[in-house]
Design a protein around this ligand. Structure first.
Ligand code: NAD
Length: 367
């Protein structure tokens, strides 16, 4: 571990070991603790600190209050061949999400396609990780997600919170190249990015938030209310909302994520607030390219089209057109070499949690 401009750099495998030890000490089996650590550290590696180890305190709080339950197994509630519905039973997303995704992949490999509705899953983290898994298995995939019981985002034209940050992800395997992975929240920023900004991390883009009077803001207190250093970040204390991306278009996508992933799956929509348990709902579509006909034509067309897109002249001198998924791959390879940067607040939170659970945190102590 080393210090770098106020950020603490920790080697990925050491951080993963520490986070796994924390969840094992908190009551998860070793296998589940390792899956949780893999998902969180994987998000840090790809540059999405919002879905990384900064979430350890919140995951532990959910475990403590029973919002999420350790070592659940997902249950197949209906299976009509092309469409299956799976209940995550409020288990950790790292476990039940993985089970649902593996189910869909196996089914699509057997039959050419699969649709899987997942309800009542604990936080599924960075949704792109599931699209990456499907792409590794040679499948195109589309994932629509919502968060039951989490209203954070104002609809286009409104100021009151109505949607969750409802992410969407696509994965598209490319022969002899890494897959295209598009993965984003339909809100202008993911809630975790407000969390990171509130902890002294990367500032929010201007106008990401809206206050109750309709004024645009980038101040995390709009969402969380007054902040105490190291204190909890509770969005119930703030009066404002996150805005949707892309004006009416992003707002429409968020609405459809709520309807498809929340209402259709039986997981529940973001609101109205009725004391729902926090849960991710997700509808995933898996497609085997070979079921569409000639694999050779698909491969040639894909490669030629991606080359055509990348060959666009850059808008700025020295710039480049990137494909979705490339920024995450670059960040991953840089962080695997040089370590994962942790903000002082995340580093301190992990130290304090490790001390409370009597977990060896020497990987953090050296800095
Ligand atoms: P973001 O705004 O950083 O967008 C990321 C996407 O844009 C990636 O696909 C990336 O490859 C692509 N991209 C970025 N820069 C690019 C460029 N210059 N050229 C081409 N493509 C580019 O993502 P976000 O909205 O902040 O979401 C962050 C994460 O939060 C996602 O992984 C999402 O799944 C996750 N999330 C999860 C939940 C949940 O409930 N589980 C809720 C909301 C968000």
């Amino acid at each position: 571990m080393s210090e770098d401009g106020g950020l603490h750099r920790v080697r990925a495998e050491e951080l993963e070991g520490l986070v796994a030890a924390i969840f094992a000490a908190a009551g998860c089996s070793g296998a589940e603790a390792a899956r949780i650590a893999d998902g969180l550290v994987g998000a840090n590696l790809t540059g999405h600190e919002s879905h990384g180890v900064a979430r350890v305190p919140r995951y532990l709080e959910w475990l403590r209050t029973g919002e999420v339950e350790a070592d659940q197994t997902a249950e197949v509630v209906s299976d009509a061949g092309g469409l299956a519905v799976i209940d995550g039973r409020y288990g950790f997303g790292a476990t039940v999400g993985r089970e649902a995704v593996e189910f869909g992949i196996t089914r699509a490999q057997e039959t050419g396609s699969a649709i899987v509705g997942l309800r009542r899953a604990g936080h599924l983290g960075r949704i792109g990780q599931w699209a990456e898994r499907a792409a590794e298995a040679g499948l195109v995939s589309i994932h629509l997600v919502n968060v039951a019981g989490s209203t954070l985002v104002a609809p286009f034209g409104g100021v009151d919170r109505r949607f969750s940050t409802a992410p969407i992800a696509f994965g598209f395997p490319v022969p002899d190249e890494p897959p295209v992975i598009l993965d984003f929240a339909t809100s202008l920023v993911a809630e975790g990015k407000v969390l990171v900004a509130s902890q002294g991390g990367k500032a929010l883009p201007d106008g990401s938030l809206i206050d109750p009077d309709g004024r645009l803001s980038s101040d995390p207190t709009t969402l969380y209310g007054a902040l105490a250093p190291g204190g909890p970040r509770d969005h119930r204390r703030g009066l404002g909302a996150i805005r949707t991306m892309g004006d009416h278009k992003g707002s429409g996508l968020a609405l459809m994520c709520e309807l498809v992933a929340g209402a259709l799956t039986g997981s529940g929509c973001a609101g109205p607030p009725r004391g729902q348990r926090f849960a991710n709902g997700m509808v995933s579509i898996y497609l085997a390219p070979a079921s569409f006909g000639s694999t050779e034509e698909f491969e040639t067309e894909t490669r030629e089209f991606l080359d055509f897109v990348r060959a666009s002249r850059p808008a700025e001198p020295g710039g480049a057109v990137l494909l979705p998924g490339e920024p995450e791959r670059h960040t991953r390879s840089e962080r695997l070499r040089h370590g994962i940067p942790l903000s002082a607040e995340t580093w301190a939170a992990l130290r304090s949690i490790a001390a409370g659970l009597e977990v060896d945190d020497s990987v953090l102590a050296e800095a």
